[in-house]
Ligand binder design. Structure first.
Ligand code: 13P
Ligand code: SF4
Length: 346
């Protein structure tokens, strides 16, 4: 595609979202990236939270964590450029170790991934011997390596239910754990670091889930008060929340699901107004794909880590072959077991 074609395509989709002078500049960058992508035999994966100009130009595939993990596992290209955060690029490397996996920003972290270490998981396993460990994919490879199975927001309840009625440890997202516990009818506890400070935990095993106090710093910002205010002004609004929002926020919303599930929900329904309780670039991307739908805005809640991924840096990534994701092989092999188990569950 020529620069002009890319520009026209972006203009059609993003006319009311990105200023024209910016679109021209972005179209030039996207053109260079697409040329280099062919030359280097690379595939670009773009998470649903990518900013609109990037999301709508260079990715070969867009999607949520689960969908992009599958794309990463099956690609036969030499290079995977992951336009997302570090734990996602790591998951691509875990699943397809023979490929060079690149991420455009050196340290695009995640507050959930930063909330727990491999040693924390080992300590929990000592305190709760024999209890299986489920970890959200929003964790680093060494944490995944300590666990039995991973999950994403798209399959968390199915993964938990695959253990039948057994007690499980669910890490590290406190809110996702609470939402899954509600969905599956399980009683959850959050043990303190010092067992003597937690009387509930020292009694018999009358709980079925053991959580951890990690939170997504973006989804933590949404409140039930926000929802009540919007419902007062727009009584017919359909509110969609990501399950990284608190259980109270999810209960006050009309729908909860992964980023792709939210996109599908907007596409498949016809509400007069929609409000998304998630990273705000995704609202722009949905608005661009559904110009007939009215997307309400609460405020501009952007993930500071996803926000680091730009077209400029994606170009540099391919030009300089940076930043390369590296995982020690013994950790990768153990982490792969957990991720593959998740993919088998669905
Ligand atoms: P999804 O798996 O739903 O895409 O979510 C990833 C994420 O980081 C949400 O904050
Ligand atoms: Fe992590 Fe939250 Fe950003 Fe998702 S939105 S990458 S969970 S900090």
């Amino acid at each position: 595609m020529s620069i002009e074609q890319i520009y026209q395509d972006m203009k059609t989709k993003l006319n009311n979202i990105v200023p024209d002078f910016e679109l021209r500049h972005k179209a030039e960058l996207a053109h260079q990236i697409n040329e280099l992508k062919q030359e280097r035999n690379a595939v670009i994966l773009g998470h649903n939270y990518m900013e609109p100009a990037l999301f709508n130009s260079v990715p070969d595939y867009t999607g949520d964590s689960l969908g992009l993990s599958r794309r990463a596992a099956e690609t036969d290209k030499d290079i995977i450029v992951f336009c997302g955060v570090e734990f996602m690029a790591e998951t691509a490397k875990i699943l397809n170790p023979g490929k060079t996996v690149l991420i455009p920003a050196e340290k695009a972290g995640c507050s959930l991934a930063a909330s727990i270490t491999a040693q924390d998981v080992r300590d929990l396993k000592v305190r709760f011997p024999g209890v299986p460990v489920v970890t959200y994919v929003n964790t680093y490879a060494d944490v995944k390596a300590e666990c039995d199975v991973c999950c994403t927001s798209g399959n968390a309840a199915a993964v938990v239910e695959s253990f039948g009625s057994d007690t499980i440890i669910f890490l590290p997202d406190e809110y996702l754990a609470g939402n899954v516990a509600n969905e599956t009818g399980k009683h959850i506890i959050f043990p303190t670091r010092d067992p003597s400070q937690n009387p509930e935990q020292s009694t018999t095993l009358d709980y079925q889930m053991i959580g951890w106090h990690g939170r997504c710093e973006v989804h933590d910002k949404f409140t039930v008060g926000d929802i009540n205010n919007i419902r007062q002004q727009f009584p017919d609004v359909l509110i969609l929340a990501h399950p990284e929002c608190s259980p109270e926020v999810v209960a006050a919303s009309d729908y909860a699901g992964s980023t792709t599930a939210m996109i599908n929900q907007v596409e498949q329904t016809n509400a007069p107004h929609y409000l998304l309780l998630t990273e705000c670039a995704m609202g722009d991307n949905i608005a661009a794909a559904n110009p007939d739908k009215e997307m309400l805005r609460l405020c501009s809640v952007r993930c500071p880590y996803m926000n680091q991924i730009t077209l400029e840096d994606t170009l540099k990534t391919l030009q300089l072959t940076q930043y390369v994701i590296k995982i020690p092989e013994d950790i990768r092999v153990r982490a792969e077991r957990s991720v593959q188990r998740m993919l088998e569950i669905g």
